[in-house]
Design a protein around this ligand. Structure first.
Ligand SMILES: [Zn+2]
Length: 366
């Protein structure tokens, strides 16, 4: 294509980056023909852009050298790596026009051996994600959605509406698009930060984490903004849990989709067919246990995971839903102090989120 007049601009780019892009496209089409993913989508210029460089790049403390880019680009390091360990480099431009470089680094360490899966309730946890609370754990810990996130989600919605009213191709539309992108960042950055903290605390605290497989296809067809943001957060949350567990030798068990996780009594197995979505609590007609909807679901998730691994369900504290002394909150509080000393921007928001988190963990359980 480079030989053709109309594609002459391709010569401006590093040839290896072009090859990488072709490989990505090839991969996307192969996945499509294997029916494991959708038809490759056209990538808009205004959306996130990225290219990879497999070789011939270099960097020192503050300058990045890329092929065909002359005398180097000033950069700010978030971490320090030696060039020898870096295998590949990706340059990304966000919709708001910020540039990031991410590196694939071989740390020369072995993947740690997995700790044994046990049915010790102190080591094994089931997680139920929901719209009301971000996540509920089988030991009774509730992790609420931080309030500031809900506020910026409202703002995002109104700005998206503004954008949809602007004329296609107009300058005003470009401006509105940038506003939406910026608001989107304001929603996703703190949210990612929140998900990182929660997932780190959980993987540190527990040896085995049982989760449901998310039905992403069903979620994509959902048009509510709150739900689409939530579903994106859940899959990110589960992704973080998986890679962090991998790095620490912890276990993540995925149990598939468990449709009746809230309706099934975790004590006797009775299924409450009449349970409605608004019912936060219910009493089992077979064994008379008072069940909290979400904790019950989380316990069911945990026990199914154990069953799939050939282990008995955990018999302790059945039916008793007392607020637990919250190790996660303490863990998160410790992290807040550390985060506060390195970052300055979202510190106040973070504090607020943590306070909210504290309020919504444990305290809301009856
Ligand atoms: Zn029961």
């Amino acid at each position: 294509m480079k030989q053709k007049e109309e594609f002459k601009w391709l010569k401006e780019a590093n040839s290896q980056s072009l090859q990488q892009t072709l490989m990505d496209l090839d991969k996307a089409f192969k996945a499509f023909f294997k029916k494991t993913s959708k038809y490759p989508r056209y990538k808009k210029k205004s959306n996130r852009q990225s290219f990879r460089i497999p070789q011939f790049f270099n960097f020192d403390d503050s300058i990045l050298y890329l092929p065909k880019m002359g005398k180097g680009i000033k950069m700010e390091n978030h971490r320090v790596f030696t060039r020898d360990n870096v295998k590949q480099l990706t340059v990304t431009k966000t919709p708001t026009g910020k540039y990031f470089v991410s590196l694939v680094v071989d740390d020369r360490k072995d993947v740690p051996k997995k700790v044994q899966i046990t049915n010790d309730p102190d080591k094994t946890i089931g997680i139920d994600v929901g719209l009301k609370d971000f996540a509920v754990l089988s030991n009774g810990i509730k992790i609420g959605n931080p309030k500031y996130l809900q506020r910026s989600e409202k703002l995002l919605k109104s700005r998206q509406r503004m954008l949809s009213r602007k004329k296609l191709g107009s300058n005003n539309r470009d401006k509105a698009r940038l506003m939406v992108a910026k608001t989107h960042e304001r929603v996703t950055n703190p949210r990612n930060d929140f998900i990182h903290k929660v997932s780190t605390a959980i993987t540190k605290r527990f040896d085995t984490i049982v989760i449901e497989t998310l039905n992403i296809r069903g979620m994509e067809s959902n048009h509510s903004l709150a739900k689409s943001i939530s579903s994106a957060s859940w899959s990110r949350f589960f992704g973080f849990l998986k890679y962090k567990s991998e790095n620490q030798g912890k276990n993540v068990i995925e149990i598939g989709t468990f449709e009746k996780s809230s309706k099934t009594c975790s004590v006797c197995g009775h299924v409450n067919k009449s349970l409605t979505l608004n019912q936060r609590e219910w009493e089992c007609t077979d064994c008379n246990t008072l069940l909290n909807r979400d904790i019950n679901a989380a316990i069911n998730v945990r026990d199914l995971g154990l069953k799939q691994m050939g282990l008995d369900p955990i018999p302790s504290d059945r039916g008793e839903y007392k607020p637990v002394e919250n190790p996660l909150t303490a863990e998160l509080a410790k992290m807040r102090i550390r985060a506060g000393s390195t970052s300055h921007g979202p510190e106040k928001q973070e504090l607020y989120a943590m306070r909210k988190l504290k309020l919504s963990t444990g305290a809301g359980i009856s």
